[in-house]
Design a protein around this ligand. Structure first.
Ligand code: GDP
Length: 194
């Protein structure tokens, strides 16, 4: 998909703030610094609609982006940021859980993991949580440009094994630097919202 229109519609913390439309939604989740903003910006070919930052964990809201008037991307705040308090973390968990388990428009979750490393406990928990609720997942392994191509298969197997990857889900090797995986990511998203 070639995107001409993308805009943020709302930063929400509770269901009453979610946009009142029937448009399908694709949520995006991953630990801070995994490359989620870069992924969103690559898909919509913008430099900076979703803010990229080296300071992790700042957004604690669900950010709804309207894409071409046909779907919403829902940017879920990054997990795994050690500096937030227990109370903040609990609030964060509740907000995300409510959205992921109750939003009827939600069609699939893009779960981003850093391709260089084994998935963290939080990556694994997130994936298992999504599977428990039968949500289709598109696993996006980011920063592929940092790994030699000859090692991609190995890294993919390690990640799939750690997640106990469900074969009905989609796995995409991605780089916002080389745009590797951009077309596959759009294809998976378009299939999910059909
Ligand atoms: P977020 O916190 O998940 O939104 O992550 P960002 O998109 O802000 O990216 C975090 C850092 O990783 C930034 O310094 C990005 O430039 C870098 N980064 C993101 N994606 C890639 C990628 O595909 N390749 C490389 N080499 N660096 C990336």
């Amino acid at each position: 998909m070639k995107v001409h229109n993308a805009e943020i519609v709302i930063s929400a913390v509770s269901p009453k703030q979610y946009p009142e439309t029937d448009l399908p939604e694709i949520a995006l989740a991953g630990r801070s610094n995994v490359g989620k903003s870069s992924f969103i910006n690559t898909l919509i070919a913008r430099k900076n609609l979703a803010r990229t930052s080296s300071k992790p964990g700042k957004t604690q809201t669900l950010n709804f982006y309207l894409i071409e008037n046909i779907l919403h991307f829902v940017d879920v705040p990054g997990y795994g940021y050690a500096k937030v308090s227990k109370t903040e973390r609990a609030k964060w968990g509740q907000m995300i859980e409510t959205y992921l388990t109750q939003r009827e428009q939600l069609r699939a979750v893009v779960s981003l993991v850093d391709m260089r490393h084994e998935p963290s406990q939080e990556d694994i928990q997130m994936y298992q949580f999504l599977k428990y609720y039968d949500l289709p997942v598109i696993v996006v392994a980011t920063k592929a440009d940092k790994i030699p191509r000859g090692k991609w298969n190995k890294h993919e197997s390690v990640i799939k094994k750690a997640l106990d990857f469900d074969k009905s889900d989609t796995f995409i090797i991605f780089s916002s630097v080389t745009k590797e995986g951009k077309d596959e990511a759009w294809a998976a998203i378009e299939a999910a919202i059909k």
